[in-house]
Design a protein around this ligand. Structure first.
Ligand SMILES: C[S@@+](CC[C@H](N)C(=O)[O-])C[C@H]1O[C@@H](n2cnc3c(N)ncnc32)[C@H](O)[C@@H]1O
Length: 281
């Protein structure tokens, strides 16, 4: 366990160098047969939504110490993030938790087939999860808004804080309130019909001892700006037809990386990146 975690400031334009791969999914490529194995080991996962999230989180994850980190992937699904990180950071201890039985079974099977020894998966809802040891880093990728939408954000954030060591870091990616999403009206909307407002997230942090303004490395950042949102919409619009999807993919890929992090807090965007630190008190 790390006693003092140093987190790099979130600045995508000037992200520090990291050996974490530019795309997520390469480590799992061997689980597939060709041609997917070849495609995935060369280009990573093609899904634009996953690629965008990884691009945003990679500098932060890559800036963490290479050894000794205990990381919880809260809402790990089939283990995509936990497995990738476990492969590239053999000196980390990673736990994935999710309430979906099938996803956890799949995550465990993938981990076993990859021969990973530093990752485990727990089947539990966030509200019942009581880890025996706390974590240096808590990762919540598109997993917090489900309970929040049911009015249970306060209890969820109190759990998040409990699961972290004092000084530990919460890295959360979640949807923004639909009114502020810069989507084009003539393209299909994004799939989320609920999102966090800035004030709601800041208040959830404040009331649970999670600091968002320490040493300049922490904060709440609007991410997935206008162009990157349109890329998502095109991906959704073309998803049903494989030929149209393949034809549109270069456009999706090109637009998908433009304006990923919005420069100003009031700028419209479709998601939030929250980097918070559990206070030492
Ligand atoms: C959109 S998926 C994201 C999966 C993964 N983080 C990723 O980005 O690939 C959201 C996941 O959160 C899990 N989840 C949502 N609410 C949960 C809860 N209350 N307790 C445990 N898991 C939850 C879901 O089962 C689902 O696997």
């Amino acid at each position: 366990m790390i006693t003092k975690l140093k987190v790099v400031p979130f600045r995508l334009e000037a992200a520090p160098k990291t050996d974490l791969p530019r795309v997520i999914g390469r480590s799992e490529a061997t689980l597939h047969s060709t041609p997917q194995r070849w495609l995935q080991s060369s280009f990573g996962l093609l899904d634009i939504h996953t690629r965008q999230k990884w691009t945003l989180l990679r500098p932060l994850l890559g800036g963490l110490p290479r050894r000794g980190v205990r990381l919880l992937d809260a809402g790990c699904g089939t283990g995509r993030w936990a497995l990738e990180l476990a492969s590239y950071r053999p000196q980390w201890q990673i736990v994935g938790v999710d309430m979906d039985e099938q996803s956890i079974a799949e995550a465990r099977s993938r981990s076993q087939r990859l021969g990973l020894k530093n990752v485990t998966f727990e089947l539990s809802s966030f509200l019942d999860f009581q880890p025996p040891e706390r974590f240096d880093v808590l990762l919540s990728i598109a997993s917090a808004h489900y309970l929040a939408r049911e009015g249970k954000a306060q209890i969820l954030f109190s759990r998040f804080a409990q699961w972290l060591i004092p000084g530990g870091t919460l890295l959360l990616y979640g949807p923004r309130e639909p009114e502020l999403i810069p989507a084009l009206g003539w393209l299909p909307p994004l799939t989320n019909d609920w999102g966090f407002s800035r004030l709601h997230l800041l208040e959830l942090c404040r009331s649970n001892g999670l600091e968002t303004a320490t040493e300049g490395a922490y904060g709440l950042f609007p991410v997935i700006g206008r162009t990157a949102t349109v890329a998502k919409q095109i991906a959704i619009a073309t998803d049903k037809n494989p030929i149209v999807r393949a034809a549109a993919y270069p456009v999706v890929l090109a637009l998908g990386s433009v304006g990923l992090s919005a420069p100003r807090i009031e700028e419209p965007s479709s998601a939030w990146l929250l980097v918070a630190r559990r206070s030492d008190a």
